[in-house]
Ligand binder design. Structure first.
Ligand code: SAM
Length: 279
């Protein structure tokens, strides 16, 4: 039997189909066929097998239903490295790279510091900091066992040494003090309409929203931090576009000094932090 042209399109024909944005279609086809972007071009006249076509169609249908590209291909780049991601973890955002940059600016060279990442999700912060400061002892906490599984796999795949702890923020940590704490907590207000839009509909609710004003997790992490920081240690947090002044007030109320906020590439205050002045 000779397959009809419709049932056996070429890569070029499939790429030209409407329905989703062309760049996304290229990513999904490359993933489904296990080929690079360049190979999609160099093999553009190749006719797909029925199995390949079914894989491509299934991914495109899921994308049309709204599933995030990162979950469909199972990875997202952060700070120049590829991290495995899935529905158990927040998809790492480019803005979170600012938190890494600010943290590294405040860490003296590679000394045996202790670093804590609260709410580690896929592990992007803990793994990136551990690789940037190989002499540091890095601990990462999340209250989601499934997220910790993803983060552990990322640490192993990328060769980072991180201790993972399942915990409600600081609750299950051994009594110790850290030189640096970083935290990208859930900070979306519970009634924020964005939770019903785009990728957010598919991400774990516990990674996104915290309390009616979105500040509950930030307030807890900042208020308790002095019990877990060395004198002179730093806490840096990511927060919402309109939360910087309230977050700075929380740092001040907890006795922090050197309080500041840092701008993302859009000129918006997205990271704030301070130094623990005394024990
Ligand atoms: C916004 S995500 C950040 C994930 C990752 N650090 C990143 O930047 O992509 C917040 C993370 O905090 C975790 N989380 C939420 N509530 C928590 C709690 N009470 N204790 C520990 N982790 C919590 C969530 O499971 C989620 O992985």
């Amino acid at each position: 039997m000779v397959a009809s042209r419709e049932s056996a399109p070429s890569i070029a024909e499939l790429l030209a189909r409407p329905g989703i944005e062309p760049g996304e279609r290229r990513i999904l086809l490359g993933h489904a066929l296990g080929v690079s972007r360049i190979e999609l071009v160099s093999q553009s006249q190749r006719t797909l097998s029925a199995a390949e076509l079914a894989r491509c169609d299934a991914l495109v249908a899921r994308r049309r239903a709204g599933e995030p590209i990162a979950y469909l291909v199972g990875e997202r780049e952060f700070y120049g490295r590829s991290f495995a991601v899935g529905p158990a973890v927040l998809i790492p955002r480019p803005v979170t790279e600012l938190l890494v940059e600010v943290a590294l600016e405040h860490l003296p060279g590679d000394t045996p510091l202790r670093i804590l990442d609260l709410g580690s999700g896929s592990g992007v912060l803990a793994v990136t900091l551990a690789l940037a400061r190989p002499s540091a002892r890095v601990t990462a906490v999340d209250n989601s066992g499934a997220a910790l599984g993803v983060a552990r796999a990322n640490a192993t795949a990328l060769g980072a040494s991180v201790t993972f702890v399942e915990s409600d923020w600081y609750a299950a940590l051994a009594r110790e003090r850290f030189d640096l704490i970083v935290c990208n907590p859930p900070y979306v207000a519970a009634d924020d309409a964005h939770l019903e839009e785009g990728d957010l509909r598919f991400e774990p609710p516990g990674a996104l929203s915290a309390g009616t004003d979105g500040l509950a997790a930030l307030a807890h992490v900042i208020a308790a931090a002095p019990n877990w920081l060395e004198t002179g240690g730093w806490l840096f947090v990511e927060h919402g576009f309109d939360q910087a002044s309230r977050v700075r007030s929380a740092f001040a109320a907890s006795g922090f000094g050197a309080i500041g906020s840092w701008l993302d590439l859009a000129g918006i205050e997205r990271v704030s932090g301070g130094r623990h002045a005394s024990t």
